[in-house]
Design a protein around this ligand. Structure first.
Ligand code: PEP
Ligand code: MG
Length: 889
């Protein structure tokens, strides 16, 4: 195998092997763009190193050969005393992990070559500044020295000189600083800073490999669901310098605005600086448009290149570039991250430009982004004073208590508080605080600062660079213009779409996207915004493309109507137990406690018209569309009073010698029905078999409601669903009774009702015997909530609170199996049951109605295994429609 690729050898499709950065550097090189020459060490080499603790045997020679070639091309040797070739060593994984892994610049500088560099550049200050940066970065990332020590020494040097910015330090100061830095390395790392350039390079390469497994990188991957076994590539690139004076500089650019999607000139530029200064948000940048004034030639060239890149990648690209004494160099490009709103707008813009087609447009957006756009926003008309304004870095409306460090953010959020993490700027160590917070507010840094990039990636609200806010993290407070002090725990609101910061809680209003789905705002209307327009079009693309139908889980007419507006094609699950709550609970209580047949029949007779009326309304609201009604499912004791409360009542009555026969009878019943494991107890079909008349009453209510709707010229399409079936015999018994009731209602009403009867598959035994069960079922609906519970043996009501956090932290799964379907376990059973069911009954209708029906990743899985529909809560219907469309691309 080959472990090293020259930039001229790769291309953008080799991300697995060369990482994102390496693959795109190669692509740009081959497009003829000005990329400093270099080479990429593959992720394969990294994997060998991480698995065995040693680099692959062939690597050293391959690196030597590529280094030789690079040296020949550049006409100088790495670290050459009179004119050194310098290189950067940068990480670059397949997926971008901003700020997560290591980079070392200026490799090749030593006590000798720093003099050569000074002579060649004609700039002593620059050479010594580069050298101190090397020792600092190398010390921190390669030798593991605490970075603060270098920062403190730098601050001390500035203080001694009474200056505030780094650039005011002169060559002599920096020379002293280098001596100081070398001392720090010696004491802290127990070794001298290596003077041999090749040793520097090799150690840096290993450090980059190792950085794949730092805690913060692991945490980031778990969050972003990036697999842990990909490894990182390492890019060795000849250095160009943005810190050679005012005609040099470094910047980042986007081919479109990553917040709005608009075309234009977006980015930040920093004169006389190296790349890390921009990303770290340490000094304040100027808008990219200013570059036209500073260096018109480079600016024009950059605009040209941006156009080339966008046409080539057919997408928004982000770019890092450096200008060295008036010469432009491209250091990186990639398809850029963007806000949810921008993703929808850019996708439709690119379709209009003829760069991509509808199917491709669907791959440019996702359900998580759509869900984000459906969040409420701040009410602009609310009378709450803004106290500051920063950069709208990542949209959303976040309200929470101010906290000034990650530790507190995590601690408070664990105890249920909503917090806003406020920092001067963030760095990778703040990651868990950022995850815990509702939103992030910083007083420094631009759109490309760490806080902005990471928050956008997480879909978290962020306002950054709010400069008039004075953040004092040591004293845990922030002073706003006018002098008011915000203390830890005070409530603040931040708007990531406008950049506004408010004191106190701002009320929220529905998002325009929800207004659109609700039919209160129309695409094409004058007041519809661009975003609604884009969402409307993308939804149409998805609806044209998808094979999966989308139904709603709804148990009342109101939810059903909303679901219809959101695009539901029927109801996949009506949980009838929800119709037995409230004042009807007493009727159910009487039914459960009935001692005689007569008593039981009495309460069933009272329940029947109520149930029927529910169904009439439901069928009317879903007229013409299927409505799956599930017969009663939960354990009976859920309808009875609380056992402790009742015991107290009985004891009190006893001690007061008051009459309490009814309470006592109730208490005995509650005891009798009490179960240790109610989820595995008397529920679902078991109830129907144990309580005579219960299921037939429900079936009669459904049938009579359907007959009534027919008589009213409606088009009811009811489906009767039996829950928690484990064996076909259970289903056969219930079915026989149901068929009889339906026949009676049909005879009495003189109509054909065409009611189909099916079952839920939510027990492993049902899935394993699906072939037999299909003999008695016209449809299957996978109840993946219970199926997950029973396949894993996890109590769905308890695990989230007890041990899931530990499981997630240990990476046993990246996301709860109750949220995203466990494809290998639960998913195999779904697949197997679907296949066996259809073998018995080729026209068996298949759906899913567990929570997974609205989860993006799970929707793709259900598409792949050939289900006919997914059913989810009304609010998730647009997401399910979009993902079903994406799955079909
Ligand atoms: C299921 O188990 O997945 C299901 C939809 O039923 P319920 O959540 O009501 O148990
Ligand atoms: Mg269930």
């Amino acid at each position: 195998v080959k472990f090293v690729y020259d930039f001229t050898e790769g291309n953008k499709d080799l991300k697995d092997l060369l990482g994102g950065k390496g693959a795109n550097l190669a692509e740009m090189t081959n497009l003829g763009l000005p990329v400093p020459p270099g080479f990429t060490i593959t992720t394969e080499a990294c994997k060998v190193y991480l698995d065995s603790g040693e680099e692959p045997a062939a690597l050293r020679d391959e690196v030597s050969a590529h280094l030789d070639a690079l040296e020949q091309r550049m006409g100088k040797k790495l670290g050459q005393a009179d004119d050194p070739l310098l290189v950067s060593v940068r990480s670059g994984a397949k997926f971008s992990m901003p700020g997560m892994m290591d980079t070392v610049l200026n490799i090749g500088l030593s006590d000798k070559s720093v003099q050569g560099l000074a002579k060649q550049a004609g700039d002593e200050r620059f050479a010594w500044d580069s050298y101190r940066r090397l020792i600092q970065m190398f010390g921190k990332t390669v030798l593991g020295v605490d970075g603060e020590l270098f920062e403190d020494a730098l601050e001390a040097a500035k203080a001694a000189k009474k200056v505030t910015v780094d650039t005011e330090l002169e060559a002599a100061d920096l020379k002293k600083l280098v001596t100081k830095f070398k001392k720090i390395v010696k004491t802290e790392a127990g070794r001298d800073f290596p003077q041999d350039p090749r040793e520097q390079m090799d150690l840096a390469i290993h450090a980059v490999f190792d950085s794949w497994n730092t805690d913060r990188a692991k945490l980031y991957r778990r969050q972003e669901r990036i697999p842990h076994d990909l490894g990182t590539a390492v890019n060795v690139c000849s250095m160009v310098f943005g810190n050679l004076g005012p005609d040099s500089g470094t910047g980042v650019a986007f081919t479109r605005d990553p917040a709005s999607g608009h075309q234009g000139v977006y980015g930040d530029y920093l004169q006389n600086a190296q790349g890390e200064d921009v990303v770290a948000g340490i000094r304040n940048t100027v808008p990219l448009a200013e570059l036209e004034r500073i260096d018109k030639k480079s600016y024009d060239q950059l605009m040209q290149i941006m156009e080339t890149l966008e046409n080539h990648y057919k997408d928004l690209c982000d770019i890092e570039f450096t200008i060295e004494r008036g010469v432009l160099w491209m250091l990186q490009t990639r398809v850029g991250k963007r806000t949810a709103g921008a993703a929808f707008r850019i996708a439709t813009q690119l379709v209009d430009q003829g760069l991509i087609d509808e199917a491709e447009a669907l791959t440019r957006v996702n359900g998580a982004q759509l869900a984000q756009l459906m969040f409420p926003r701040f009410d602009e008309s609310a009378k709450v004073a803004t106290v500051g304004r920063g950069i709208a870095a990542s949209p959303g409306a976040a309200v929470g208590k101010a906290v000034f460090d990650s530790y507190t953010a995590v601690k408070w959020s664990r105890s249920g508080e909503k917090v806003i993490l406020i920092r001067r700027e963030t760095n990778p160590d703040d990651l868990d605080g950022m995850i815990a917070a509702e939103g992030i507010l910083t007083s420094r840094g631009g759109k490309t600062s760490h806080a902005a990039v990471v928050a956008r990636g997480m879909g978290k609200t962020c306002v950054c660079g709010a400069e008039e806010l004075e953040v004092d993290t040591k004293r845990r407070r922030m002073t706003v213009p006018g002098g008011h002090v915000v203390e830890e725990g005070d409530v603040v609101s931040i708007d990531g779409s406008t950049g506004k910061v408010y004191l106190g809680e701002v009320p929220v209003v529905p998002s325009p996207v929800v207004e659109y789905f609700e039919g209160r705002m129309h695409a094409g209307a004058e007041d519809a915004d661009e975003l609604v327009e884009a969402v409307h079009r993308i939804m149409a693309f998805a609806d044209r493309k998808r094979r999966l139908r989308v139904r709603a889980n709804a148990d009342n007419a109101e939810d059903a109507l909303r679901a219809r507006r959101f695009g539901a094609q029927g109801i996949g699950l009506c949980r009838t137990e929800h119709m037995f709550l409230g004042d009807r609970r007493e009727l159910v209580e009487r039914l459960i406690l009935a001692d005689t047949q007569a008593e039981r029949e009495e309460s069933l007779k009272e329940l029947l018209p109520l149930q029927k009326q529910d169904f009439v309304q439901l069928f009317e609201s879903m007229d013409g569309l299927p409505v799956t009604v599930r017969l009663l499912d939960p354990p009976l004791h859920e309808f009875l009073p609380d056992i402790t409360e009742l015991s107290v009542r009985v004891a009190l009555a006893e001690s007061r010698q008051e009459p309490h026969e009814n309470e006592l009878r109730l208490l005995q019943a509650v005891h009798r029905l009490h179960e240790q494991n109610p989820m595995l107890g008397l529920r679902g079909v078991r109830l129907g078999l144990v309580i005579p008349g219960l299921f037939t009453m429900q079936v009669r209510a459904i049938a009579e409601a359907a007959a009534e709707r027919k008589a009213a010229k409606g088009d009811p399409r009811a489906e009767i669903m039996i829950p928690l079936v484990g064996t076909v015999q259970e289903l056969e018994i219930v079915r026989e009774e149901a068929d009889q009731v339906i026949a009676e209602v049909e005879a009495a009403s003189g109509t054909q009702l065409k009611l189909s009867i099916g079952t839920m598959i939510e027990l492993p035994r049902a899935a394993l015997t699906a072939g037999q069960i299909a003999e008695a079922a016209e449809f299957f609906s996978f109840g993946t909530n219970d199926l997950t519970q029973t396949v894993w043996g996890f109590s769905r009501d308890d695990v989230e609170a007890s041990f899931f956090t530990a499981y997630l932290e240990k990476g046993i799964f990246g996301v709860s199996p109750f949220e995203t379907i466990d494809k290998d376990g639960v998913g195999s059973l779904v697949k197997l049951a679907a296949k066996a069911g259809r073998e018995t009954r080729p026209d068996l209708k298949l759906g899913v109605c567990g929570e997974h029906g609205g989860d993006p990743e799970s929707v793709h899985f259900f598409h792949e295994v050939g289900l006919d529909y997914v059913s989810c809560s009304p609010f998730r219907i647009p997401v399910a429609r979009l993902e079903a469309g994406r799955a079909a691309v």
